[in-house]
Design a protein around this ligand. Sequence first.
Ligand code: CA
Length: 492
Amino acid sequence: MRISYLRFDLSKVTGVTIQKAYLAVNLWMNMGATGSIGVRHVPSDTWGEYTTTWNNAPPVSQTVYDKNNTVAPEGYYFFDVTSPVLASIYKKTVSLALTPEDGREFSVNFDSREMTSLGRRPYLAIVTPNKAPTVQITYPQSNAVVGDVVTIRMSMADEDNDKLDLDLEIDGKLVGTLRQTTSTSTTYNWDTSTVPDGTHTIKTTVSDGKTTAQHQISVIVNNQNLAQQIESLRTQLTRTQSELETVRTERDALQSQVSTLQTQKTSLETQVRNLQGQVTNLQNEKTDLQGQVTRLNTQITNLQNEKTDLDAKLTAANAKIVQKDNEIVALEGNVYRLTNELETMRQDKATLEAKVANLNGEINGLEKTITEKNIKIQNLEANATALQEQIDGLETEKAALQRTVLNMTQTIAGQTSKIDQLQNLNSQQNATIQDRDERIESQAEEIKTLTTEKTALEDRIKKLQWTNTLAIAGTALGIVGAIIAAAAYIKK
Ligand SMILES: [Ca+2]
């Protein structure tokens, strides 16, 4: 035994009254089997399209809502599933099951939603109640007076878009029909001269095949006084045309006046525009002139400021000129003074040169004196050396005599007179030695004095030579300074 599960989305089934619901499935292969197939409700909607097996299949309702006996023909089979659909509409989903219902094994095949051809897939047909069509005679209006040929206009509609059949009757007699139309309006030309004057009825009826609707009106046909009415209307028309002509003439006159006034208005507007243009130009000129005045004022202020600056600079320059004049006078004074100084220095230099010549003469004299003194010193030193040699000889003799005296004193005790003589001699010789010592001392003092004098003279010579050099150098420096000062003045 096999069970087929089907599930349908009901979310778009809203705002309608469900009159009936049918499950439609397409039988595409039947190998000659016969058997009863029923449809049951599946309360669960959570079963998987590809995962449901015999073991996890959701339970189905006990109730069999509809049955079909499958025989031979292939094609759609319909099952009434109104009850399960109404019971499930709140869930926006319904699940159904196709089940074998006569206890026998048999095999048939239905197309699933994977079938490529739309016309073979299963579907759920929702049947809603029919909505009645509507119809209305829109012209003429009820109780209107009509004549000649009247065009009767009708409009019709059906909310379900059903095709409509329409009948038109005049005084109960069918005069026009329209079959299976989808138009929403139609007309009929009624020649009222074919009927007597008076009240007549017009009635139109539409049907969508299930429900009918109709609209009926009465109209009054009046064709008898038509000729008279036309004549009267013609008279009125002539009168009206005459009035119209008068009115046209008046209108033309007024239009002419209006035209003249408009021309004047245009002319005045042009004048006004020109004047406004002139005013604008004058205002612009005024603005320009004000701008120029402002700029000129600014320039005047700037020039005054510049003048003030220049006056200040002029004053400063004059002060500088005075200062420079003073400096020039001072420099001229300096030049004069330096020139004088230079002259004085030249004279000083000549004087110093004369002095130097004199000093050179003096130095030459002193050098000569020094040479003479040196010769004298050499002589005195030679004398001193000779005297020293004599002293040394006498000292040697004295020592020899003293040794002899000692020898004689030891050997000859009695020769006192000889000793006395010898003592006298000794005393005399001592006096001579003392005299000579004093002379040597005196000569040494003299040498010392001469040496001191010589040193003093040499110092003086050096000093004189140095003074002479300084004087020459000082004079040269003075001249150079004066020349530099003069050059600096010339540069200025
Ligand atoms: Ca309808």
